[in-house]
Design a protein around this ligand. Structure first.
Ligand SMILES: Nc1ncnc2c1ncn2[C@@H]1O[C@H](COP(=O)(O)OP(=O)(O)OP(=O)(O)O)[C@@H](O)[C@H]1O
Length: 467
């Protein structure tokens, strides 16, 4: 008690210095909160926690189990004062988790004033450089990768306040369940995997790390299923952008900035979203054609136009969104457009470089059918396959319609009943197509006859005028 405070402090410092002189180890401490009044956990601490969760669950004897918000599995971490050993390039590293409780508690304290949690890394002094320059980067990268792998993925959509709102994304579609030509599927799969591993390549060629896909084809051919399969393959979030709800280009840019890396930005049915079709010059011509349309079609067109007019996003705004300067914020991103009418789109929007890969999702072929039969009926072959194969050549049916027929509706519906149901549907579709072709031919003939009559009438008028 008589020993003065200053002397005690000096003495402690000298002892520490003396010990560190002979102590062959270096210690680095990572606190949970870098600044005392910060509410955000330090990124380094969180990464170490993730990294050690895999490591410590194998080696530590006492573990804590937590369920973390946004994480899909139970998270294991080492318990207090537990030590685990890690090895990196033949070097041993020791990690401990501990906490300090201040002796004097402030009057108004929160939980972080009470205990200060930290990880401590210990390594031999001669390894200091490799640990600080290489090992720690490895720990942070691994921690980040584990966080991405174990997080709950989300699907976002833009709301009226021009912000993203999200729910957990749990679509079951994968490349195994996706029915399409196997060669094409393999090509897309390889392209995606190559993209996800090309960080350094994109840096080398001076391009931001993103890729555009255009998915086109009739409704029900699996465009949305393909997007879900892509997201599941790469572990990306999805941002489903509803362009008609975006007021103008500034709002579009804001939404872009608010997206995260490792994500897919989707604009579905882009031909219906905005007046971006590049056919504005032909509008007048089209308008005269509109007058001849039947009232229901006309009304639908008017509704579509009204939706488009609500937004002031322009084609150039959208092009900037895809590959302007702002698009470089964030990385590892796919931009996907889907459309049922690829010919309606402005060529500038879908040129290579913007939409790097154009993928046609088409009507069901035999290969597509075989995947669906395997998925829905667990069938790899059947005597009716031959008949179906021939019918699919003659009749156009979307995979969605084929799938609907293959799905057993009642318990008593077995595979054969479902296949026969499909055959009946294909026959009906074939007959329908035949009748429609006849009807179209009749209309065309009538139109041509009408045109001829008009021309003859005009000629007669001219002759009368001349005479
Ligand atoms: N190629 C496919 N592989 C597997 N299932 C498919 C495929 N195409 C369609 N389906 C089935 O049909 C349903 C509808 O398909 P999906 O929504 O992916 O089509 P789409 O082309 O996006 O249609 P739309 O253009 O109307 O949005 C899916 O839920 C899926 O069950």
């Amino acid at each position: 008690q008589l020993f003065p405070d200053e002397l005690r402090r000096d003495l402690r410092n000298y002892v520490k210095k003396g010990v560190s002189y002979v102590y062959p180890y270096v210690e680095i401490t990572f606190h949970e909160y870098q600044v005392d009044n910060s509410f955000e956990r330090s990124e380094a601490f969180v990464s170490i926690e993730r990294y050690l969760s895999g490591n410590s669950s194998k080696r530590a004897k006492r573990l804590k189990a937590n369920v973390i918000k946004g994480c899909k599995s139970v998270f294991l971490s080492m318990d207090e004062n537990e030590e685990v050993t890690d090895e990196f390039n033949g070097i041993q590293i020791w990690w401990t988790w501990s906490k300090k409780i201040p002796q004097q508690r402030p009057l108004y304290s929160n939980h972080r004033d009470e205990e200060k949690r930290f990880y401590r890394l210990t390594c031999r002094r001669e390894h200091r450089d490799i640990i600080t320059n290489v090992y720690l980067k490895h720990v942070f990268d691994e921690g980040m990768a584990i966080a991405l792998k174990t997080r709950q993925r989300k699907i976002y959509t833009n709301n009226k306040m021009n912000m993203w709102s999200s729910i957990i994304f749990e679509h079951p579609s994968t490349f195994d369940t996706l029915a399409m030509d196997p060669e094409k599927k393999k090509e897309i799969l390889n392209d995606l995997i190559a993209f996800s591993k090309s960080k350094d390549y994109y840096k080398k060629v001076g391009k931001s790390w993103k890729r555009g896909y255009l998915l086109y084809g009739p409704p029900g051919t699996g465009k949305s299923s393909m997007i879900a399969a892509m997201a599941n393959l790469l572990g990306y979030d999805i941002y489903d952008l509803e362009l008609t709800s975006v007021r103008d280009n500034t709002d579009l840019r804001k939404l872009l900035i608010d997206t995260s890396s490792k994500s897919i930005i989707v604009i579905e049915d882009i031909d219906c979203s905005l007046d971006l079709t590049g056919q504005r010059k032909e509008k007048k011509k089209e308008e005269s054609k509109e007058d001849n349309k039947d009232p229901i079609q006309k009304k639908a067109k008017e509704e579509e136009d009204k939706m488009k007019k609500r937004s002031a996003v322009t084609l150039s705004g959208l092009l900037n969104f895809i590959d302007g300067l702002w698009s470089a914020c964030g990385s590892e991103r796919l931009i996907i457009f889907t459309t049922n009418y690829v010919e309606k789109l402005d060529p500038a929007l879908i040129r290579r470089g913007r939409m790097d890969m154009h993928i046609e999702m088409s009507y069901c072929c035999y290969e597509t059918f075989k995947v669906l039969a395997k998925n829905y009926l667990d069938l790899e072959s059947h005597e009716l396959f031959e008949t179906i194969s021939q019918m699919l050549v003659e009749t156009k049916m979307t995979p969605a319609d084929v799938a609907e027929n293959l799905m057993p509706k009642l318990d008593k519906e077995n595979a054969e009943i479902c296949l026969n149901k499909l055959i009946k549907s294909l026959e009906d579709a074939k007959e329908e197509a035949r009748l429609k072709a006849l009807e179209d031919a009749k209309i065309k003939a009538e139109e041509e006859a009408g045109k001829k009559k008009e021309e003859n009438g005009e000629k007669e008028q001219e002759n009368i005028g001349a005479s």
